[in-house]
Design a protein around this ligand. Sequence first.
Ligand SMILES: Nc1ncnc2c1ncn2[C@@H]1O[C@H](COP(=O)(O)OP(=O)(O)OP(=O)(O)O)[C@@H](O)[C@H]1O
Length: 281
Amino acid sequence: MRPALETTGLGIRYRRTWALRDCSLAVPTGRVAALVGPNGAGKTTLMHAAVGLLRPALGSVRVTGEAAFVAQDKPLYDSFTVAEMLAFGRRMNTRWDHAAAADRLAGLGIPLSRKVRGLSGGQQAQVAVTLALASRPDLLVLDEPLANLDPLARHEVMRSIMGEVAGRELTVLLSSHVVSDLEETCDWLVVLNGGRLQVSGDIEDLLDRHLVLTGPEGASAAGTQVVSASRTGRQLGMLVRGGPPLDPRWQARRPGLDELVMGYLRSPESATLPGMTAVGA
Ligand SMILES: Nc1ncnc2c1ncn2[C@@H]1O[C@H](COP(=O)(O)OP(=O)(O)OP(=O)(O)O)[C@@H](O)[C@H]1O
């Protein structure tokens, strides 16, 4: 099956600044892909390219089917009621599923008669996601859908997105700064750092292929590929690929998603991408 989103050698620049360089990735259909990276990493740029808001300067980007996009600042009109937002969406889209949108909002307990400005942040996020889903996209692209939401609302938004993915062949690409929000729901990981792709792959597979090592100073990491290393007093800590290490002084365990992401972000020269055999290539 063709991937839902595929970029090949993608390069995007704003005048002279390259925001994204040599980015080749493929997100398979039906995945919920987390797009993470520090401020300025190129996440919004990649999303804008995916939905056709930015043209590549180099390479290509291809979406299988239709994409819908929810921008960071939730594109809703404050003075509209929810019903007016739905009517607006209906006029703007040819593939509009009005009944599904109304059902979804009813299920979430969001009154159609309420003005957008009278909704909580979590409800506004839900309305924006509902509008995007009502256009029946194959790829749903969400730029920080959880920003400014409390933990309960973040959980609710993620849960409802998962519900949509379970029901059909929808692929989701969503950016977030809070990796712990993504652990439960995302099954694909894309890490960008300084405009470069560092990690792209299935999350379980990535976690299986890495180890967190802790051991004394002088312990050798032979038998592994070191992604990043840190020191606390006389203790060494490492994120490595492959292994287990030959030196028995290490304690080794599977990383959590946040440890995997942090390990790569700390070491921008490291990367793990499909088809790659060595860390740091
Ligand atoms: N309109 C623009 N004009 C010039 N440079 C831009 C523009 N938009 C983004 N950039 C630059 O491109 C790079 C990538 O920005 P982008 O917004 O894609 O990052 P991001 O990962 O989404 O960041 P954040 O987490 O802060 O939202 C940054 O260096 C940014 O300063």
